[in-house]
Design a protein around this ligand. Structure first.
Ligand SMILES: [Zn+2]
Length: 495
């Protein structure tokens, strides 16, 4: 039976809220949920509980005590954990969940050619055969696995940059998201140059029509927003980018793109077109406060000026940037100039996991070491960049625990050895510096419980994992017999 109200009592609550104060820390707190929204957040008190019993009677489900309902004589049992807003990921790719650990120790363009683009090419050419073997579309299966990866790490809201062949498979992603119970913004890919010839959008109107079709189809779909997401600055000519920007302005949506991720590609672009990707973006009117770019690792002073002036936002992906050896963006310069940025994981192929707490930690750790300054990028700062800040970017009503927000909550278990001892004063620091990122014991999205005491409620995990393993074995076989498409940006190898 689905109850109208839910309540939980937690050892600590971190609201990360402008309403309650971004630094607020509540010891022994409660969260009352009505339907899909948060109704109250406060300090636990037996009298308040009694008043809830009076008002809502047996309509309240207690989270942490299944099948138990609130009664005046029954003190609410405390979950020994910390309740935070469900994490918000502002840049990722759901098609990479089956290619973890492939083409490692290689730079971006080689990884794109030999892992991600080869994999999506494999799904594209073998789709029918794979669907028969797996009993489900291999696209939908990969996307569902990505949703699972997010939930496992407490991420309830995500921007899914649906690049390359995936731009043709938005329906499967919407279905996977529905099964998972998360919220996604789908940035639908486009490209018309320097890429696999099978997916080039020529003329540009093809990409615009695709946007319009998906937008109309899913404009009333709960938990889904559709925006344009041209893959890269280098893979989109000016006419295509202008057309997609115009579409986004007319439809009042955000627009998203990869920018200046790798040094070699950024240099090559400068040589080829006589400007940096950001200068190019500005020259065609692509950049403003509704544009957010993934990475922006390689920045000139002029790029920084443009980002500041236009209000363009950046999503930093420290796991992918370090694994691929791309470098790290000048975050202190972003801060000095007021360039807004969030911290994210990128896709599972380049980051190899969706441990967003780890991403926040690596971001802070790198900046402290690089600048020889321990005071930079505090735990509170980076925690805000995986909750309230990306939520403001994406305009989902999440990212904080406060009245009126969607009830998206992640509870981190504090009974584990690595998080003991945790007190009110070291709580935020422990989450960033001592957590493994996999102590997420409960996950709630839109008031629905997705993980209950480490167990997925709606999804048959073992079935999905088994099929993903099978898909991965089949891809390995395919990869051994197929040459990579040397078609991404510059060539890193002759061929
Ligand atoms: Zn990416």
């Amino acid at each position: 039976m689905v109850m109208k109200y839910k309540i939980l009592r937690s050892r600590f609550i971190l609201p990360i809220s402008d309403q309650l104060g971004r630094n607020a820390r509540i010891s022994d707190g409660y969260i009352l949920i009505e339907g899909d929204k948060i109704k109250e957040v406060g300090k636990y008190d037996q009298e308040i509980m009694k008043s809830f019993v009076k008002k809502y009677g047996s309509e309240i489900e207690i989270i942490g005590e299944k099948e138990t309902y609130l009664s005046p004589t029954n003190e609410l049992k405390q979950i020994y954990g910390v309740a935070l807003p469900g994490f918000v990921k502002a840049h990722g790719h759901d098609h990479e969940s089956a290619i973890i650990g492939i083409a490692k120790d290689e730079p971006l363009t080689t990884w794109l050619d030999e892992a991600v683009n080869l994999y999506t090419g494999f799904l594209h050419s073998e789709e029918e055969k794979l669907t028969k073997l797996l009993g489900v579309s291999p696209y939908e299966l990969s996307y569902l696995k990505a949703r699972i990866d997010d939930i496992q790490h407490g991420i309830t809201t995500a921007l899914v940059h649906h690049c390359n062949f995936n731009k043709y498979h938005v329906d499967e992603l919407v279905r996977a998201n529905k099964k998972a119970g998360t919220k996604i913004m789908i940035a639908v890919g486009a490209q018309d140059r320097h890429y696999d010839p099978r997916i080039l959008d020529k003329p540009a109107s093809i990409a615009v029509e695709r946007m319009e079709t998906y937008y109309q189809k899913y404009r009333n779909e709960r938990n889904v927003q559709i925006i344009p997401g041209p893959d890269q600055f280098f893979s989109n000519g000016p006419e295509l980018l202008k057309a997609l920007k115009k579409w986004s302005v007319e439809h009042k949506t955000l627009i998203h793109i990869h920018s200046s991720e790798e040094f070699a590609t950024t240099e090559w672009f400068k040589g080829e077109y006589g400007m940096t990707p950001i200068e190019y973006g500005e020259s065609i009117g692509f950049l403003d406060q509704n544009t957010f770019v993934g990475h922006q690792v390689h920045c000139t002073e002029h790029d920084l000026e443009i980002l500041t002036k236009t209000g363009t936002k950046v999503v930093h992906n420290p796991l992918a940037n370090t694994i691929l050896g791309s470098g790290m963006p000048p975050l202190q310069k972003f801060k000095e100039r007021g360039i807004e940025f969030a911290i994210s994981t990128d896709g599972s192929g380049s980051a190899d996991n969706q441990n967003i707490i780890n991403a926040a930690r690596v971001a802070a750790q790198y900046q402290k070491a690089f600048h020889h300054n321990a005071k930079l990028m505090t735990a509170q700062d980076v925690l805000e960049r995986i909750t309230i800040i990306p939520s403001q970017f994406l305009r989902f009503n999440t990212g904080s625990l406060e009245q009126g927000k969607l009830a998206d909550i992640a509870i981190i278990d504090l009974t584990v050895p690595n998080l003991t001892p945790t007190r009110e004063d070291n709580l935020v620091e422990n989450i960033i510096w001592a957590s493994n990122g996999n102590e997420v014991q409960y996950v709630i999205s839109n008031g629905e419980i997705l993980i209950y005491n480490y167990k997925f409620i709606h999804i048959d995990i073992s079935d999905v994992l088994q099929k993903i393993q099978m898909l991965s074995e089949l891809f390995y076989e395919y990869k051994s017999n197929t040459l990579a498409q040397k078609a991404t940006g510059i060539r890193t190898k002759q061929g």
